[in-house]
Design a protein around this ligand. Structure first.
Ligand SMILES: Nc1ncnc2c1ncn2[C@@H]1O[C@H](COP(=O)(O)OP(=O)(O)O)[C@@H](O)[C@H]1O
Ligand SMILES: C[C@@](O)(CCOP(=O)(O)O)CC(=O)O
Ligand SMILES: [Mg+2]
Length: 388
């Protein structure tokens, strides 16, 4: 049995971090994907009875005899695919021991969290069957584009597709979407994986990766947004690596030290996201209306960036992007957890292509990497063996 799932990354237009503390945020899927191919073996096919995880982008393979997993996690021998469960601290220790056995190279130490999430999702959804899981991704890891969520969503989708918990047409040719109920299940499992990687995620990244589109998200509830203007964003990867879990924990610590001040910061972010959502969806009959709306969006992005600075998630490389784009009268804000990672720059509709080319050249001369991704496309999809 074989299935391949793909799940998109995302950008956060407003509200990162504050969304963890209950504020509204706005996110959109992007057309960069993580793809998970899952092949479960029949008893006679895999003599060694191994569970293998191949991470193609970093050229790393991990393997465990399924008997070793069953011995370490005996309670998970009977999977519970239709009821997502959190990985308890006790299970986390047992999983950490299985991951440690793999000797992940020091340079890829951050992957341990992803491999732990893999083991939890695999054993919880499918039990201890021998299988090979191959992962490829267009997304940079740890750069704010939601690679952790895309990984958890694609993995949950592939595992559930070959479990008894969802109903799909196995003969369908090409990419297939899940039913709304099955998407909910994929999303809930992905959230459990994201918890292992992020510590305390809001759930916005896995939700937008699962359902796609552009969404507002607050306290676990999503609502779809239909933009009335093109919303072109330049994404600049500062290439400064960082770890979402540590940054989220840092904001929580600051919140404990200054609860009243931080409550005001989070409330201001909530207002910004709500205003942004109204502007994005209000009618824009002509170029003048679009230009006026873009100016308001820029102002709100600038305000959000200032508040992210208040939360302590800025970085010198982000400042360089802000200053560089400002030379071209363009507004930018960090996206995702900050501390480096990616920065968004709004490219107004009437901006000349020559200016876009110049700003990209300027940013690239600083050693950054630029891309313009399609935003607001489909969420997770699945494809079965043999279909095109
Ligand atoms: N394709 C993948 N395979 C394994 N682990 C992954 C993959 N993509 C992401 N991860 C995990 O997610 C971590 C990065 O997540 P995070 O710090 O939240 O940044 P972001 O989600 O912005 O990329 C990686 O260090 C790794 O543990
Ligand atoms: C900072 C946060 O709002 C988004 C993190 O996104 P990313 O992992 O940096 O892509 C955390 C969350 O909402 O779970
Ligand atoms: Mg992440």
């Amino acid at each position: 049995m074989e299935a391949t799932a793909r799940a998109p990354g995302k950008i956060i237009l407003s509200g990162e971090h504050a969304v963890v503390h209950g504020s509204t945020a706005i996110a959109a899927s992007i057309n960069l994907y993580t793809q998970v191919n899952l092949r479960i073996f029949d008893d006679h096919e895999n003599g060694d009875r191994l569970l293998t995880l191949q991470l193609k982008d970093v050229e790393l393979d991990f393997s465990w005899p399924v008997g070793r997993i069953r011995e370490a996690l005996p309670e998970l021998s009977t999977p519970s695919s239709s009821s997502p469960t959190a990985c308890s601290p006790q299970f986390m220790k047992l999983i950490a021991a299985l991951v440690e056995e793999q000797d992940i190279p020091e340079a890829n130490a951050g992957l341990a969290a992803g491999v732990s999430a893999f083991l939890w999702l695999y054993a919880s959804i499918l039990g201890c069957k021998p299988a090979t899981v191959i992962v490829t991704s267009d997304l940079p890891f740890g750069a704010g584009l939601g690679s952790s969520a895309a990984f958890c969503v694609a993995l949950s989708a592939a595992l559930l597709a070959l479990s008894d918990a969802v109903s799909l047409d196995l003969n369908h040719q090409g990419w297939l979407t899940f039913s709304e109920t099955d998407l909910e299940l994929v999303n809930r499992w992905a959230f459990e994986g994201e918890k292992i990687i992020h510590g305390k995620p809001s759930g916005i990244d896995n939700t937008v990766s699962t359902f796609g589109n552009m969404i507002t998200f607050k306290l676990g509830n999503l609502s779809c947004i239909k933009p009335t203007l093109p919303l072109r964003m330049l994404i600049t990867n500062t290439r400064v690596g960082r770890n979402t879990k540590a940054l989220v924990a840092g904001v929580s610590e600051r919140t404990l030290r200054h609860p009243d001040a931080m409550a005001s910061v989070f409330s201001a972010v909530d207002s910004i996201s709500r205003e942004l959502s109204v502007i994005i969806q209000s009618p824009a009959p002509d170029d003048l209306a679009i230009t006026e709306k873009e100016a308001k969006l820029e102002e709100l992005m600038e305000m959000n960036q200032g508040l992210l600075q208040c939360m302590g998630v800025g970085h010198a490389s982000i400042e360089t992007v802000l200053q560089t784009t400002l030379k071209y009268k363009l507004t930018s804000k960090l996206t995702g957890a900050g501390g480096g990672g990616c920065v968004l720059t709004l490219l107004p509709t009437l901006l000349a292509t020559s200016v876009v080319d110049k700003v990209i050249a300027d940013l690239e001369s600083c050693g950054f990497q630029c891309l313009i991704a399609g935003i607001g496309g489909k969420g997770v999809e699945i494809r079965f063996n043999g279909s095109p």
